[in-house]
Design a protein around this ligand. Structure first.
Ligand code: SAM
Length: 322
């Protein structure tokens, strides 16, 4: 097993199925142009082989499928059907939910039981301003259908000053009423935001402010979370849970166990590092040739992790999926 000086190792893999997305969120895609799939994206089979090799070479236990938007990818079905046979402890998916109603039968059929759905507002106009694609009603329909089908749902919200702070409480109530867990994600200095500190600070809302806002209405207690969890979890007794991914306020680099594989075959050991390691060519090779080379790259990817805190990264979230 590859372990660093801080005792960190890779356990959780996030795989970006495609860079294509049907949204162009303001904080992710500054020019507002929706992303299309890259020319050199790997096939579903190569990506599944990547997961299999990384289970062996790095000890990956859990997989999250992301994007871009994974539900727009024509590779989704083939990928899910094959990857579900690899014996992972958990496979989950992060989606904007726009196509959720349509893709739900496939997700259920391939054993997906947990979803993270990104939703920054319940206000249709603000939704159009932030997401710049899709429509709110389709997401809400998808959430109801997925919940009725028994999927465990977390909602991801990025609070943005001047855009959706008035939605913190409506989204929290919406989640508490349905048994969903709301996750506030502090805005990260990624892509264009890493190059524009003022623009970042103008929009950034930190955990203390969020907790104060919630505390005006609800009493909450800190709740248990796995040791390598990114979110701090809170319980509102008798009502439910919420969490904050406080990458700025309470950095979690010391316990980070995440590894990312892009749809074009690049490994990223850290969102805050501009280093990446190409493994696309290894995925065509037989296991005995691929694994030693992969292990060498994994050592370098683990070395890319920050010691203490996330300091921002030029890597764009839309490519590697958060
Ligand atoms: N399309 C899928 C979705 O919407 O969930 C998966 C990809 S999206 C890039 C994954 C998550 O990253 C979303 O919850 C999104 O809000 C979040 N995200 C993107 N850019 C971010 C940033 N700069 N700071 C914090 N979260 C960000």
């Amino acid at each position: 097993m590859i372990v660093d000086r801080q005792g960190r190792r890779f356990r959780n893999l996030r795989i970006s199925l495609t860079a294509a997305c049907n949204y162009a969120c303001t904080y992710c895609v500054p020019d507002g142009k929706r992303l299309v799939a890259a020319q050199d994206e790997l096939s579903a089979q190569a990506l599944v082989r990547g997961v299999a090799y990384l289970i062996e070479a790095a000890g990956i236990e859990r997989l999250r499928i992301t994007g871009g938007e994974p539900l727009v990818s024509p590779k989704l079905e083939a990928f899910l059907r094959e990857v579900s046979g690899l014996g992972l402890q958990d496979i989950s998916l992060t989606t904007n939910g726009q196509l959720l109603t349509r893709k739900l039968p496939l997700l259920l059929d391939t054993g997906i039981r947990r979803l993270n759905v990104s939703l920054d507002t319940l206000d249709p106009q603000a939704f159009r301003r932030i997401a710049r694609g899709g429509d709110l009603a389709s997401v809400l329909d998808g959430l109801e259908a997925a919940s009725a089908a028994g999927l465990k749902i977390k909602l991801n919200m990025v609070p943005l000053r001047g855009q959706n702070l008035d939605q913190v409480m409506p989204l929290l109530d919406y989640c508490l009423e349905r048994g969903f867990e709301l996750r506030f994600i502090e805005l990260m200095r990624m892509g264009h935001l890493a190059r524009d500190p003022n623009g970042f600070l103008q929009q950034f809302v930190g955990m203390p402010e969020l907790l104060a806002l919630i505390g005006e209405r609800y009493e909450y207690l800190q709740a248990d979370a796995p040791q390598d969890a990114t979110a701090l979890r809170y319980e509102i007794p008798g009502q439910g849970f919420f969490g904050v991914i406080a990458n700025e306020s309470v950095p979690f680099c010391r316990t980070c166990s995440r590894l990312r594989l892009s749809s074009t075959g690049w490994l990223h050991g850290c969102l805050s590092s501009s280093n990446r390691h190409f493994v696309g060519d290894l995925l065509d090779k037989p296991r005995h040739e691929a694994l030693p080379a992969l292990q060498r790259l994994l050592v370098r990817a683990l070395g890319d992790k920050q010691d203490v805190a996330f300091s921002g990264g030029v890597t764009v979230m839309k490519i590697i999926g958060g």
